[in-house]
Design a protein around this ligand. Sequence first.
Ligand code: ADP
Length: 502
Amino acid sequence: MSPALRVLFVTSEIAPWQKTGGLGDISSALPEALARAGVEVRILVPAYPALPLAFPDARPIAEIPPPGGRLPASRLLQAATPGGVPLLLLDCPACFERPGGPYQSPRGGDWPDNALRFGLLSRVAALLASNASPLVWRPDILHCNDWQSALAPAYLHYLHGGGAATVMTIHNLAFQGLFPPSTLADLGLPQSAFVFDGVEFYGHLSCLKAGLQFADRITTVSPTYAREIQQAELGFGLDGLLRHRSAVLSGILNGVDARWNPATDPLLTKHYDAQHLAAKEANRRALRAELGLIGDVTAPLLAVVSRLTHQKGMDLLLAIADQLLDGPAEAQLVVLGNGERGFEAGLRALAARHPGRVAAMIGFDERLAHRIEAGADIFLMPSRFEPCGLNQLYSLRYGTPPVVRATGGLADTVTDCTPEALRAGLATGFVFGPPDASALLAAASRAIDAWGKRRLWRRLQRNGMSMDFSWAKAAADYLDVYRAARAARDIAAASGPEYNGG
Ligand code: ADP
C-alpha cells in the first residue's frame, strides 16, 4: 500500500470558532472529509483568542524565530479538532490576540497590519512545507485558501527554491490582499519578486496573485465560477492570468456539513426529512413566534441569511421588497445578516414600514440561521456573483426552495422550476438571469405562485432534499487535484530549476 498523502491545509478561519463566511465552514469540513478518505491532513490557522479558549490543552510544538523582514517571532501549538484532525495554531499574540473579527477591528475597518498578520501565516505555512521546517512531519501538498495564505507559494519559490507541491483555492476572487510596494521588504520578500510574473499587480503587491502565479494547481468552488473568473466581468483584473493558467484551474463544489441536516439538527423545534415534510410546519410556527411575526399564518414566509453587501444583491432585495410584501399573497420576510451600514438601515426601515410582517435581524447568529432554514418557505439569494454559495445548499436540504440568480455555484446547484425540469424530476428552485430588480421580482413571484400549489411544492422540496452534496465527493475531487499537483512538481524537479508551474 502506498503511504498516505500528507496535506497541510492553511486557512484564516475555521468554524465554529472563527468564521466570517463560507471559508470557515469549508475549513472544518473538508479536512475531516479528507482524513476519512485516508489523507494525512493537518490544519494551520492563526491562534485568534477563541482558539486557545476552545483548546486549552493545546501544547507548544515549535518556536519560530522572526522569519525575515518585519515579521515577528511565533510558535506553534498543537490540538485536534473534534473529528480528530491535528490543528496547528499559529500563536503570535502581537498579530492575533485582539478583539473583533479576523480581518477587521470591532469598529469595522480592516486591521492596518493585515499584510504582516497574514504574511506571517503564509510565511510559516511555506516554512512547514519546506526542507527548513522545524517539524518532523512534512506535507506533500500545501493547500492555501484565499489571499490570506496565498503568499505561501511565492515564499516557497523565492526563499526555499521549492518544497511541497502547492494548491491554491479561490473562495472569492474579489478579496485579493492588495498592499503598497513597500510592504515587500516588510514581508521579507526579495525586490526581484515585484515583477509582472511575480507578486506585482498594477503597482501593488497582490497576495492572491502570488498564489495564482506560483501554485501548481488552482481550484475554485464551482465549475461555473471557474469559467466566470476567466472573463473580464468577474475576473477582477486577474482574468488574464487565470486564462493563462486555465490548464491547471478547475472548479470543485463545496459539500454540506453534517450539522446541516433537518433530520438530526439539534437547533430545530421538530426534526423532519423528505418523507415527513409535514413536521416542517412546527419549525415554521416556532420561527414566526420567535420573530414576532403576526397576521395571516398562511402567508408565505420568505427568508434571507447573508452578508449584507452589493455582491449578495441586497440592493435588489430592497428595491423589490415593498412590492413583494404588498402583493396579493401578502408575503412575509425575515432577513438575518450584517454588513454595509446602508443595507442594515434599509432593512430596519423596511421592517418599520411593515410591522409584524418583516423581521430584520441585524447581526450574525449561526443558531438562528438554522431555525430560519427550517422554518421559512422560500429562500432568496439574488447574488451578483457567487463562487459557490452555501445557503442555497442548506435551503435545498431543508426543503426551503431557493430563488437564485444564474451565477457561479448557484447556477451549478439549483435547477429552475420549468415544466420540463419538473417532469424530469430535476426542478429544485427558481433561477433568474439578469442582475436586476424586475428579474428578481418575477422569479420570487413565480416561487410564491408555486408555493400555493401544494403537490407541486412537495415535489420541488423533495427533489432538492434528495440531492447529494456530500463532502466525501468533494474530498475525492481534491485528492485528484493533489495527485496532479504532486505529479507536476515531480516533473518540475526532473526538468531543472527553470520550470515554473503549468
Ligand atoms: P459567503 O462566504 O460569501 O459569505 P456563503 O453562502 O458561501 O457566502 O457562506 C455563508 C455562510 O455564512 C453560511 O454558512 C451562512 O449561513 C453564514 N452566514 C452569513 N451571514 C450570516 C449571519 N448573519 N448569521 C449567521 N450565519 C450567517
